[in-house]
Ligand binder design. Structure first.
Ligand code: AGP
Length: 608
């Protein structure tokens, strides 16, 4: 998952391209490059490292030109270095390609092209595209790109320029997100809206199989038979300010502190407190559809999968409908049994995660009704599903997902309430859920007061080799999420576990001082969780406990007791996860880690 940007218009391209890349850096940040078409033909500059390296190394004069493409990389084929950075060129050095995705038959194509004396400079799959364009005898660049793609298998979002066809960018989409930006007398291409903000709010989302041609005089979209395709022009709802740090040191910290507002946005206009109902018109599910639901299948990856695990508790408890939760990559490779009567929910912050996208396609082909629970408006999963729920959490730029998790849990509670009120949940119970949901934004703000204490706890954890996160019932997914956050930003090995499972093995990991973070809200599994804490204590583990206000039953047992406001037990994950997000953030800071750009990761995983 990489980020691509392109520009053609009256202005010098390089600054626009580099600014665009810096807003796409969360998609991949191990190397970056650009190519411009100027008075001296095609100029290519590329470097290992962050976009800032490219920015510092490129002067406008060196890469003059009003047309160009650029790329920030997350390596899949070939180590992250200058040679493997994009753009990649053909033998003549006149064609330059930037690509997001994976060419699955690249090895075969490389052998074929090498046998025809094409010279390869990099280890990448992408470079075959440049040579395939060079190999085509079609007269126009778009014709040559279409030719090249007819031999290619795999996923791609690609942009191509050619010094023999200046002031033109040819773009193609097959599986990886690509959109066009329509400006005043200038045109852009990008992997997502972030790169276009500040230039235009008018965007065109390309569909799979689309080929677009951008020139100074306009753009056109066609299919591989060069038949014109019409795509709607949408308007972006986010602006530069929402994409900025807003006085925080890191996006992760900003997004943790935005949760009062992101959760309020997820609830806005969707609660009918008097009727004890949720209004989810975007789902396109009428009473008859709901009556036909025999089971719910929740699909997602990483944090979204963890939100799905909370969703199971919510839907089974409030709607009494059986729920399966699956990691999308595993779901799609298992034998597919018929799924009629199954409502499948694809949970994804970015709306671009390839495994979740393919998972929902597999569910649909097995007869399931598929909806999305997505944050990014206009993303592929949003456009692929028959309806859905937008989170409206605003852009999530920190690679470690935080506010999306709490908004996903809130949206899943709204879904559970919506289904529940169709399957027998009483108006009183519905009103109680609606009341608890409405109280959340304030409770979240109150939760932030634990930050000073958590920072102190982080000082103990920062030198740890390993950490364990434990919970029971609806807190198990929170334990998994806490472990994931700590792993991905501080690189400390951490495991989340159902507390009762400890004695079946993982308890062997505990020795004197091992940090064991326990989620213990005052709910119906509290007492059992306390017994598990005593097992940990007996082996010398350091008990860091997150519990709810209003009791003193853990004052003696816990080494560190972090209190969050009490709420409905069904909603405790929205509050108990916050100290864990802060713990991961502050532990990573103390270890000098790059909190917003953790190593080896990227924000949206658009490759399988
Ligand atoms: C979470 O912090 C990670 N960034 C990652 O696990 C993420 O949740 C996963 O890749 C799913 O992303 P999505 O919600 O955009 O589909």
């Amino acid at each position: 998952m990489c980020g691509i940007v392109g520009y053609v218009g009256p202005r010098q391209a390089s600054e626009i391209l580099i600014n665009g890349l810096s807003r796409l850096e969360y998609r991949g940040y191990d190397s970056a490059g650009l190519a411009t078409l100027g008075p001296s033909g095609l100029e290519v500059r590329k470097f290992a490292g962050r976009v800032s390296v490219l920015r510092d190394s490129v002067t406008d004069s060196a890469v003059a030109g009003t047309c160009g493409v650029a790329h920030t990389r997350w390596a899949t084929h070939g180590p992250p270095n200058q040679t493997n950075a994009h753009p990649h060129t053909d033998c003549s050095g006149g064609v330059a390609v930037v690509h997001n995705g994976i060419i699955e038959n690249a090895d075969m194509l490389r052998r074929l092209l090498s046998s025809e004396r094409h010279c390869f400079r990099s280890d990448t799959d992408t470079e075959v595209l440049a040579h395939l364009v060079e190999r085509s005898s079609a007269t126009s660049l778009e014709g040559r790109v279409i030719d090249a793609l007819s031999d290619v298998e795999g996923t791609l979002g690609v942009a191509v320029v050619d010094s023999t066809d200046p002031d033109k960018i040819v773009v193609a989409r097959r599986g990886s997100p690509v959109l066009l930006g329509i400006g005043d007398d200038e045109y852009f291409v990008a992997s997502d809206v972030g790169a276009l903000l500040g230039h235009t709010r008018s965007v065109v989302y390309l569909s799979d199989g689309d080929i677009a041609v951008l020139t100074r005089s306009g753009y056109r979209i066609m299919d591989r038979w060069e038949q014109e395709q019409v795509r709607p022009v949408d308007t972006i709802e986010w602006d530069l300010e929402t994409m900025a740090l807003g006085g925080h040191a890191h996006f992760m910290h900003k997004e943790i502190h935005e949760q009062q507002h992101s959760v309020a946005n997820a609830l806005r206009g969707r609660l009918l407190p008097d009727e004890g109902r949720a209004r989810l018109n975007g789902l396109n599910l009428d009473a008859e559809d709901v009556a036909g639901i025999k089971r719910v299948v929740l699909l997602g990856c990483g944090t979204s999968f963890h939100a799905g695990l909370v969703g199971r508790h919510l839907i089974e408890h409030l709607a009494g409908i059986p729920v399966d939760v699956d990691i999308a990559s595993e779901f799609r490779t298992r034998r597919r049994l018929p799924m009629s009567g199954a409502l499948t929910v694809a949970i994804s912050q970015s709306g671009e995660t390839a495994d979740t996208l393919e998972g929902l396609k597999a569910a649909r082909s097995a007869g399931a009704h598929v909806v999305g629970l997505v944050n990014v408006v206009g993303s592929t999963i949003a456009r692929e599903t028959d309806g859905g729920i937008y989170l409206h959490a605003g852009p999530e730029i920190g690679v470690a997902s935080t506010k999306a998790f709490t908004s996903q849990v809130v949206a899943l509670t709204l879904l559970a309430l919506h289904l529940g009120r169709h399957t027998g949940l009483s108006v009183e119970d519905g009103r109680a859920v609606a009341k608890s949901l409405a109280a959340l934004p304030e409770l979240i703000e109150e939760c932030m007061t634990v930050e000073r204490q958590v920072r102190r706890v982080a000082e103990d954890c920062a030198s740890a080799q390993t950490a364990l996160f434990l919970g029971r019932g609806i807190s198990v997914p929170v334990a998994l999420e806490g472990a994931l956050k700590l792993k991905e930003v501080s690189y400390i090995h951490a495991e989340g576990y159902p507390a009762a499972e400890m004695k079946h093995g993982p308890i062997a990991l505990i020795e004197k001082g091992t940090p064991v973070i326990v989620l213990a809200p005052k709910d119906d599994v509290f007492t059992k969780t306390v017994s598990n804490m005593q097992e940990v204590k007996a082996r010398g583990g350091r008990l860091i406990v997150v519990t709810t206000d209003g009791h003193d039953e853990l004052d003696e047992l816990a080494d560190e007791l972090i209190r969050v406001p009490a709420s409905s037990p069904l909603l405790s994950p929205v509050l108990t996860v916050i100290p864990l997000q802060l713990l991961a953030y502050h532990t990573a800071l103390l270890r000098g880690c790059d909190v917003d750009r953790p190593r080896n990761l990227a924000k949206s995983v658009t490759v399988e």
